[in-house]
Ligand binder design. Structure first.
Ligand code: FBP
Length: 548
């Protein structure tokens, strides 16, 4: 394995730990909890892991002796900067408490547990990955852990390796499954605990206990650097409109954060589209008005930020997706399984209600096909595959032609398209993510050593210096409610969308008019690892505004 100069220098960075995890740790048991919704149903579904108390780690003089522990770790879902530091924090804390403790990494995601593919993570391996981006130490995958057969297969390998706890690093869906697994192992007295860890660049795994998911900070800073560079280019050449789609699944947290960091001319927030019940035509009209306004000032250039989940929030399309979800997970869909895409698409069209059929057929064919046929293993529409940036710019162009005919637009419209997602998911973690992830890993180890199960590792007070952060654990059931997924009511962790009365959106709404005009762009530049703290250790604007 070769290392760049930055990697070599970065490998020596020692992530900072909260005071509660710096030496001997005492576990403080807090108040018992209840789920955020559907309490009776969640209690019935999770009799062994419901209502557990919050826990926090505090420093103590006393050195506690722990039993020997072998632990398995799994990276689940999309990459997020800092995953390797979660594993390093977990490894270091386990070894600190007992050098005989062993850590096994299951390979390529939850599938590694089911297929018994693993490797022991030794000090030599860990050293190579400290403070690096990516999940390549053990790989990641999207296999959904949901059947008893999978759980039992997992148990077999845990027994073979003497594993007493699994740490599952994932987003809301993966942590929901971790909770189901924890409950099952508790029910059958398997002797294997399950602990989750909040990962996702999307920023949608947050609530009263989780301030932010790891990776959001680095990913947003990376995209904002790129958007800033594009804006400087646009402002220099003055000839292109840049339509920039940003990852983030359903939630617009990434688009909102990047807007706060870079001040683009126009930003769409999906949650606002839904609240105002905007149609695609109305969104296009708003963008076209901004393009025309800027053209009148002689500025035939600009930037538009588009959240990747937009299409799901346009009310007519939302109704279509909801019917598609039910239709595609129904038994009758089995009849066309394995058929050609053309036949499957025809079957879908024939089985939709009239309104949704019209909505589907009015979309460009490629977009319609993606909505109707392609799902990820959790049953989600694969929004990252839908080229909304092109769809919108084409529609804006057509609208500008109409405005020109009415004498309301005189300009030149040359759009360019970008999709930022994969560019940021494996970036080297910012100081924030490096520290946050290392602390999450150490917290997960403490939860394991203290025989907790069905918990997620958490770190709070994250806008303060790292030594003042509070580490602990939250029962996963506390974050759950019942939602409709794949046509069925299921217990799931409630996803956090952008709150339109929240401080980040309000700060954006207050300034966006101003950003339509020229010369308000911000150019954040690349993530800095060494230098003044106001440059290197700032959290996201979202977190700063939310925790203000
Ligand atoms: P997670 O929810 O697994 O963290 O996904 C993050 C994400 O980057 C989304 O923003 C994006 O929609 C999706 O992964 C893309 O998935 P894939 O990596 O399978 O293309």
């Amino acid at each position: 394995m070769e290392f760049s100069s930055l990697q070599k220098a970065r490998a020596t960075y020692q992530p900072k730990l909260p005071i509660g995890l710096q030496s001997n740790v005492e576990i403080k048991i807090g108040a018992s909890t209840q789920s955020v919704g559907n309490q009776d149903e969640i209690r019935t579904l999770f009799p062994n892991t419901y209502g557990l108390p919050l826990v926090e780690f505090a420093p103590t003089e006393e050195k506690k002796e722990y039993d020997k522990f072998n632990v398995g770790v799994i990276l689940s879902g999309g990459q997020a900067p800092g995953g390797h530091n979660v594993i390093s924090g977990l490894f270091d804390e386990l070894k600190k408490q007992n050098p005989d403790n062993k850590l096994y990494g299951f390979l390529m995601g939850p599938g590694g547990l089911v297929d018994h593919k693993y490797k022991e993570l030794t000090a030599d391996i860990i050293e190579k990955y400290r403070n690096t981006g990516g999940f390549d130490m053990i790989g990641s995958g999207r296999t959904k852990l949901e059947t008893i057969e999978q759980f039992d297969r997992g148990l077999e390998i845990c027994r073979d390796l003497g594993i007493k706890a699994l740490v599952i690093i994932g987003g809301d869906d993966s942590n929901t499954n971790a909770c189901v697994l924890a409950e099952y192992y508790a029910k059958i007295n398997a002797g294997v605990a399950v602990i989750g860890c909040p990962k996702t660049i999307d920023g949608d795994l947050k609530n009263s206990q989780i301030e932010t998911s790891f990776g959001f900070d680095t990913a947003c800073k990376t995209y904002s650097e790129l958007i800033g560079n594009i804006q400087r280019d646009a402002n220099s050449a003055r000839k292109y409109w840049h339509f920039i789609k940003l990852m983030g699944r359903s939630a617009s947290h990434i688009a909102l954060e990047c807007a706060l960091q870079t001040h683009p001319n126009f930003t769409i927030i999906s949650e606002e589209v839904e609240q105002k019940q905007l149609t695609l035509d109305q969104i296009v009209d708003e963008i076209a008005q901004v393009v025309a306004h800027r053209a009148n000032e002689g500025n035939n250039f600009g930037t538009v930020l588009i959240p990747e989940g937009l299409i799901e929030f346009v009310p007519t399309i939302k109704r279509l997706i909801s019917e598609l979800n039910d239709l595609l997970s129904s038994e009758k869909a089995l009849a066309v399984e394995g058929q050609t895409p053309e036949l499957q698409f025809k079957w879908v069209v024939d089985n939709l209600t009239e309104e949704n059929k019209q909505t589907l057929l009015a979309l460009p064919q490629s977009v319609g096909q993606q909505l109707a046929l392609e799902r990820d293993p959790h049953g989600n529409v694969q929004v990252s595959l839908i080229e909304t940036e092109k769809l919108l710019s084409q529609m804006v162009e057509a609208r500008l032609v109409q405005l020109a005919e009415k004498g309301q637009y005189k300009g030149k419209f040359a759009p360019l398209h970008h999709f930022f997602g994969y560019e940021g998911r494996c970036a080297a973690p910012s100081n924030f993510d490096a520290d946050y992830c290392y602390a999450l890993g150490a917290s997960a180890a403490q939860l394991v050593l203290n025989n907790k199960t069905g918990y997620m590792a958490i770190v709070k007070n994250t806008t303060a210096p790292a030594s003042e952060w509070h580490a602990g654990g939250v029962p996963i059931t506390m974050m759950m409610n019942i939602e409709r997924r794949n046509g069925k009511a299921k217990p799931v962790i409630r996803k956090a969308l952008v709150e339109l009365d929240g401080a980040p959106f309000l700060a954006f709404a207050e300034s966006r008019e101003k950003w339509i005009e020229n010369d308000n762009y911000l150019y954040p530049g690349p993530i800095q690892y060494w230098g003044p703290t106001e440059v290197c250790d700032q959290t996201t604007k979202t977190l700063a505004l939310e925790q203000k």
